[in-house]
Write a protein that binds this ligand. Structure first.
Ligand code: HEM
Length: 296
């Protein structure tokens, strides 16, 4: 009884609220990052050249004279995102039902309440759990191979490296988790509340659904384009897009050269018209200079 009284007099700790705030903060950054990330990956839909341009820009190639990028820049970007990812996951597991009993109670309440936002929270838990593993694999590969991003190397990783199943699962999880997460943040912190809370909630829900469909479509289209490129590139795994273009350009130049060589004869045969300057020059005997050789 005494210890309980001592307990209840203790000032309420602010730590849970701070952890909640940190979880929202890391979630907000990761959620917005994923929208940008998917648009950058989606550039493959516009063609290999545009994806190559995006990959080189992410490597800060515009800072180098040769146009070669700095994979170290990607390494630090991945390291930052990986740290945020692990921190967010760590803060997230606090809310996971950790025993079967807790899980059972939660499922029963969900069925009883049938409240969409509560159901969305359950989707967060499941997709978050899957991303512990699938997201870490992707981030570790990106962190240890920062210079291997390009139309061919990415496609090779997806097809010849068998990454496509992981990306498909990760894509579905991250698009659901990310957009639901951003929607829940707006609900939790009252962002975009407007005068009519009910109306703005409906508007935000509509936006969430459309954003999920949009980014899922971009992601699946990009994955399909990568798979087609990867299948066609299976016999040249490891070849960099840049080197391919260079070879192609050299071949094109050589082709142009051969074409022009065939079309244009070596020396234009100007017919010599008698009595003109040319004819006189043509008839001038060649002057052979005799050289005296002295043997030393
Ligand atoms: C800075 C950190 C990141 C970098 C540099 C990065 C880079 C890439 C690259 C280059 C691809 C194209 C495929 C490849 O080359 O293998 C890709 C695909 C993908 N990434 Fe990331 N990524 C990062 C973080 C994340 C995170 C945190 C997630 C989710 C947890 C994620 C989810 C995905 C998904 C789902 C795909 C497949 C895209 C599709 O289906 O079209 N990425 N990422």
């Amino acid at each position: 009884m005494d210890s309980y009284i001592i307990e209840s007099n203790k000032k309420k700790s602010r730590l849970p609220a701070r952890l909640d705030f940190a979880q929202s903060g890391t979630g907000l950054i990761l959620g917005l990052f994923m929208w940008v990330h998917m648009m950058l990956i989606g550039s493959i839909i516009l063609g290999k050249g545009s994806f190559n341009f995006v990959a080189k820009t992410m490597e800060l190639a515009f800072l180098s004279e040769t146009g070669h990028g700095f994979p170290i820049a990607v390494f630090f970007a991945v390291l930052t995102i990986f740290t945020l990812f692990i921190t967010h996951a760590l803060l997230g597991v606090r809310k996971f039902p950790i025993s079967w009993k807790q899980h059972r109670i939660m499922r029963d309440q969900m069925q009883m309440m049938n409240h969409t936002d509560t159901n969305l929270w359950y989707v967060q838990v499941i997709t978050g759990f899957i991303m512990f593993f699938a997201g870490s694999v992707h981030l570790y590969i990106m962190m240890t191979n920062p210079g291997s991003i390009g139309p061919y190397m990415s496609a090779d990783r997806i097809v010849s490296g068998n990454m496509w199943p992981l990306y498909l699962v990760l894509l579905i999880c991250v698009e659901l988790h990310g957009t639901i997460g951003l929607y829940r943040l707006c609900m939790k912190w009252g962002w975009f509340a407007g005068k009519d809370a009910k109306k703005s909630r409906q508007a935000l829900k509509k936006f969430k659904n459309r954003a999920t469909i949009f980014f899922m479509t971009v992601g699946i289209l990009a994955l399909l384009v990568f798979i087609v490129i990867g299948i066609n590139h299976r016999d040249k795994v490891g070849e960099r897009y840049g080197s391919y273009v260079a070879v192609e350009q050299v071949e094109q130049v050589e082709q142009v050269q051969t074409d022009t060589a065939i079309a244009v004869p070596a020396e234009p045969q100007v017919p010599v018209v008698e009595g003109t300057l040319e004819s006189e020059q043509a008839h001038e005997p060649e002057i052979v200079q005799e050289v005296e050789v002295t043997h030393e």
